[in-house]
Ligand binder design. Structure first.
Ligand code: 13P
Length: 256
């Protein structure tokens, strides 16, 4: 982290977990545990839980986000949700381009770009996910993959809009596997993504952008990862479903 240059953001990605009543109970438990955090705390929840989450987090330092967004304002897109619809929920963040959507739901660089632009135009903060598969890493394509995904996703996004973008580097091989990137691996790729942002925008823009790491981050390994200069937070799956564990990560993100 480099808190002098940019915000540290610890975000949970609940994925397809928790009912509305479970949402209320979990946030009630989490609130006091993260009340003195100095980093930003975000929970990205399933659409069906958004109203319960916003209500349960009201008056706290926990911000609520969702896990996807459609690019059209409205129309015949069964099962999708637009920025205009989300605007009335109180959600402030949107995850875009998660590898599970790329892997299982035919998300492409093109649709990631459309979703990113729609979310930004709708006034949301975007958590944009990029990351290589195990095969790509083994073949030496990690940098190429994250450069391509980042550049494609940000096509048509202005430097001003970039202020509302957080990049989450999530190596696919580390997600839900218990196999975390080492502190050095995470920092190396985050540092490279910052170079990509400097090329696409400017040095200052790159330095001001929060770049998280995600992939089996937990209460035990968070402090080491977050101590790296280019790891500005975490996008946390499994451990975000356990309030005490998540609060330990938030504490690590609040260290000076
Ligand atoms: P895990 O923390 O469960 O590995 O998930 C990471 C992730 O995909 C967050 O978006």
């Amino acid at each position: 982290m480099n808190t002098a240059l940019r915000k540290t953001v610890i975000a949970g990605n609940w994925k397809m977990n928790n009912t509305p009543s479970e949402t209320k109970a979990m946030i009630a438990e989490l609130r006091p545990l993260v009340a003195d955090a100095t980093c930003d705390v975000v929970l990205c929840v399933p659409y069906v839980d958004v109203f319960a989450a916003v209500e349960a987090a009201a008056g706290s330092n926990i911000k609520i986000g969702v896990e996807n967004i459609h690019w059209a304002e409205k129309g015949a897109y069964t099962g999708e949700i637009s920025a205009k619809m989300l605007a009335e929920t109180g959600a402030e963040y949107v995850i875009v381009g998660h590898s599970e959507r790329r892997q299982y739901f035919n998300e492409t660089d093109k649709t990631v770009n459309l979703r990113t632009k729609a979310a930004l135009a709708g006034g949301f903060k975007v958590i944009l996910c990029v990351g290589e598969t195990l095969d790509q890493r083994r073949s030496g394509y990690t940098f190429e993959v994250v450069r391509h995904q980042t550049a494609m996703a940000l096509t048509g996004v202005s430097a001003d809009e970039l202020k509302n973008v957080i990049i989450a580097y999530e190596p696919v091989w580390a997600i839900g596997t218990g196999e975390t990137a080492t502190d050095e691996q995470a920092n190396e790729v985050n540092c490279y993504i910052r170079k990509v942002l400097a090329d696409l925008y400017c040095e200052n823009c790159a330095n001001a952008t929060t770049i998280q790491y995600g992939g089996s981050m937990n209460a035990g390994n968070a402090a080491g990862l977050l101590a790296q200069p280019d790891v500005d937070g975490g996008l946390i799956g499994g451990a975000s479903l356990k309030p005490v564990d998540f609060s330990v990560i938030v504490k690590a993100g609040s260290a000076e």
